[in-house]
Design a protein around this ligand. Structure first.
Ligand SMILES: Cc1cc2nc3c(=O)[nH]c(=O)nc-3n(C[C@H](O)[C@H](O)[C@H](O)COP(=O)(O)OP(=O)(O)OC[C@H]3O[C@@H](n4cnc5c(N)ncnc54)[C@H](O)[C@@H]3O)c2cc1C
Length: 272
């Protein structure tokens, strides 16, 4: 879903997300990697070899690196989906730069929405923070910071009914609904940022590796997985599925490198 990646080291002019991945695949293939596309349905991480049940059949493996990412939560509107990468974003750090001098909106009421809104004031001329309830879930300090920022306007009791601009392939505004009065209105903005959290793609490993309260895979020694605090042999996790804090392509790539080195050491130590 990523269009232009501006902040990956080595591409001073930025690079399209799919092109970046394509380059990485070609580079890995040059060193002998082979690729298979399949959906992982279940895993037996305690089995030797590790047993994976996928949409393309069963895979047996000595070691496994989990890099299944975290999916952003979206509102679920077709117009929102159509404009992802064209004004709709779930990542302020990634896309804030494109909204210099523009008016934008952020949806959410927790700390991550406050953080996104505050970060976006560095670029945007105005940030409207939309929340479906009266009260904000955010911590007092984050909420106070948002209230004190002259560029941020808080708009509680408001939901987004439609993202406008699908025909123009760019966000032109939002159709909003006041949940108390039922009143509809339009807000002219050129960007919509979702700050309603992420869902780590780790459910298929529940009970076999330790997950934190939000479902992210817990790791020790950077990328080693654990079960009840004890290291699970041969199973490593990297990237957004174990990183609730940074969630960037470069940090995911960095921890991916750590996991690969650990996996190599593990296979070697087993005498292979
Ligand atoms: C719209 C958008 C813009 C972004 N822009 C930037 C940017 O400009 N700069 C930046 O640094 N970061 C950006 N990011 C964040 C960046 O994309 C992530 O931090 C990075 O991709 C994380 O890498 P990952 O390998 O951990 O997970 P992902 O890239 O999410 O990869 C996980 C993969 O696992 C697959 N998967 C999940 N479950 C299963 C399963 N059960 N079976 C098989 N496969 C599965 C998924 O389909 C996916 O292909 C952006 C993210 C989004 C959504």
């Amino acid at each position: 879903m990523t269009t232009l990646v501006e902040n990956f080291p080595g591409w001073p002019e930025g690079i399209q997300g799919p092109e970046l991945i394509d380059n990485m695949k070609k580079q890995a293939a040059r060193f002998g990697a082979s690729f298979q596309t399949a959906h992982l349905n279940a895993a037996e991480l305690g089995a030797r070899p590790i047993r994976l049940t996928t949409s393309a059949g069963e895979i047996l493996t000595r070691t496994l690196i989990v890099a299944s990412g975290a999916s952003a939560r979206w509102l679920g509107l077709p117009s929102e989906h159509a404009l992802i990468g064209h004004g709709v974003s779930s990542c302020a750090t990634c896309d804030g730069f494109f909204f210099r001098g523009r008016e934008i909106a952020v949806v959410g009421g927790g700390d991550s929405a406050m953080e996104e809104a505050l970060f976006l004031t560095r670029f945007a001329s105005k940030v409207t923070l939309l929340h479906r309830r009266e009260g904000f879930r955010a911590s007092k300090i984050m909420l106070e910071r948002a209230i004190a920022n002259p560029k941020i306007a808080l708009r509680p009791n408001t939901i987004v009914e439609e993202v406008l601009g699908v025909e123009d392939h760019e966000v032109k505004g939002l159709r909003l609904k006041d949940v108390k009065t039922g009143e509809l209105c339009e807000l002219a903005v050129s960007g919509l940022f979702l700050g309603i959290g992420h869902e780590p793609n780790a459910k298929m490993f529940a009970g076999q590796v330790d997950l934190d309260a939000e479902g992210y895979i817990k790791t020790t020694g950077n990328v080693l997985t654990t079960l009840n605090g004890v290291v699970v042999p041969g199973v490593f996790a990297c990237g957004d599925v174990q990183d609730r804090r940074y969630r960037q392509a470069i940090t995911a790539a960095g921890s991916g490198c750590m996991a690969a080195l650990e996996a190599e050491k593990f296979v070697e130590a087993e005498g292979h």
